[in-house]
Ligand binder design. Sequence first.
Ligand SMILES: [Cu+2]
Length: 158
Amino acid sequence: MSKNLIAAAALAAAGMAAPAFADTTLHVFLWDAMEAMDMVDNHTIGNDDDRSTDVMGVTVNTTVIPAGKVTFDVINTSTDSEHEMVVTKLSGPDGTLPYDADSMRVDEEAAGSKGEVSELPAGEKGALTVTLEPGTYVLYCNIAGHYAAGMWTEITVK
Ligand SMILES: [Cu+2]
């Protein structure tokens, strides 16, 4: 049961009305399977390559959430690698991120950021709460090489 549901249940039990617009909690899993295959370096947003070959990624429990206060509950499920989650708003459904091939990282200054859970050691959890307006957002890991290896996913805020 999510914290929101628990909070709503607690309010109901106390005889109080639940809030009309409950805050959203999004569960984010940072994962890798480095032993399985080699990392690719061209699975950036807008690339049509087969994502099924990705050896690391960002997985969410839902890809469409309501605008408002959102808590990202992040866990790094890796057994040996550090990962992170950066939240950035795209220009639209076809938007991409500015990528610097030399450093193998997204240009965070140019891309802008709504916040991040940075550099989580393997097995660790972190959380980020932000208020999001409607739009298309990307959640990605900006440790060198990880974004282009496919470590990103998009969500829609309505
Ligand atoms: Cu990563």
